[in-house]
Write a protein that binds this ligand. Sequence first.
Ligand code: ATP
Ligand code: MG
Length: 201
Amino acid sequence: MTSDDKSTRHTARMVRKKAVIDAAIEQANQEKGLLLVLTGNGKGKSSSAFGMMARALGYGMKVGVAQFIKGRSDTGEEAFFRGQANVEWHVLGEGFTWNTQDRERDTKTAQAGWAIAQRMLRDPSIQLVILDELTYTIKYGYLDLTQILADIAARPAMQHVVVTGRGAPVALTELADTVSEIMDIKHAWRAGIKAQPGIDL
Ligand code: ATP
Ligand code: MG
């Protein structure tokens, strides 16, 4: 095949591709507040959520963050986002469950945290709500999944919600519009490298 032939075939293929993509764009014409679930054992769930947060803030949207489980308030994302206009930031956990070792206290903490999340899920001025590490509160039975699903389903029509955490329950992924499972292929931590500021926290 001459290079002219190759070029002609490439152009024809791109014309067909453009027609398919244009038709798909035409079809995707609805707007609604989305529920996104970022789950799986690989790294990148919370950092993806905070990437969307940066996008939303770039549009002048108001964003509310609720961090469950983690008690730490020294992460790079918190240092960066907390000082920004249009950000409401809540650290609701008291640390990892294997550190606290107190189920009753963890349950109370999670429930008090959910009351704050509920408030954000009822506030139409908050256009994006990030429920970071929420799945663990369900897994350990600190919060009731039915209640969580009901509150998320009843949120304002145009409000987006991002839930992160490993082992997302099926009922949550069923309710969601977009679900990504991040696969763990390799993590530096297993090679003995400690969590690196700017990358891991
Ligand atoms: P990130 O906040 O970096 O996007 P994540 O939200 O996907 O990570 P979490 O389970 O919340 O993952 O864990 C947060 C911390 O644990 C980060 O420091 C991250 O680098 C680390 N981590 C995430 N996945 C793994 C893994 N598979 N093995 C070891 N450490 C991990
Ligand atoms: Mg995370």
